[in-house]
Design a protein around this ligand. Sequence first.
Ligand SMILES: Nc1ncnc2c1ncn2[C@@H]1O[C@H](COP(=O)(O)OP(=O)(O)OP(=O)(O)O)[C@@H](O)[C@H]1O
Ligand SMILES: [Mg+2]
Length: 275
Amino acid sequence: MHAEPIEIEAKGLGKSFGDHAVLADINVGVRRGELVAIVGGSGSGKTVLMHLLAGLLEPSVGSVFAADHSREGAPLTKLSSLDGDGLDVIRRHWSMVFQKNALFSGSVRENCSLILREHGGLSDEEIDARVREGLRAVAMDPDAVLDKDRDELSGGMAKRVAIARAVAIDPALIFFDEPTTGLDPIIGGQIHELIWATHRRPRRVGGGSEKRTTIIVTHDRELLRRLGPRVIMLENSRGAGRVCEDVPYERFGTRGGPAAEYLRQMPVLHGRDAD
Ligand SMILES: Nc1ncnc2c1ncn2[C@@H]1O[C@H](COP(=O)(O)OP(=O)(O)OP(=O)(O)O)[C@@H](O)[C@H]1O
Ligand SMILES: [Mg+2]
């Protein structure tokens, strides 16, 4: 079987804020179709790494290279070489589910359809169909929730809508930042299933289909157990966050060291409130 192409890659990546070095020497390539979890202690730089990969932050050193899904077969694109419009071209094939969901004030319909409208090229009927499909994918009845206001949603429902919105654009690459933080174990379990189902559902490309790539920042041991991702662990060493493990879940923590200790202490669901 031939290897899938690289979807996104960090080379010699580092980030400092002033004289505070947060990340150093990050070299990670993620192939199309991979499911990757980024773990590590609080302040180890997980969110910063995700934001660097997603092009929301500029690296201090090194680069992020990503596949351009609007140009099939093109070489990887260096994100820092792009202007805002160029970045948009790459990122229109990506979705991000933020920790606090980032739903804007308005209805579920508005929240889910805006980005599709901005992408252009879809009729109102097509947008409606995509939004409904996204909601059904997260086991919500579109007719029951489309006209609900954001402020009427429970935490678990808002998380589902955020995922439905992310799924509606049929992304090639989807980022989740702590998708289960602050949720009870039942809802957390449902979110695990949703992430899995979304990851496994091929995306439509032309007449065919293609695997999806998923990157999750998490503190949730149960998520690791259920999804069995490749696990990348960041740890502070020599003055900055660095990759200390990059292994399939089955091998994560099996060699002792910081990963074993972290895994032992990692909560089944992160208990702290969404902050
Ligand atoms: N915009 C910023 N300006 C200055 N420092 C920042 C900024 N963003 C993050 N940091 C610092 O970078 C470090 C890593 O932050 P990050 O949010 O990536 O940690 P994390 O691993 O996601 O932690 P947590 O598990 O608590 O979410 C922290 O020390 C944080 O204070
Ligand atoms: Mg974080």
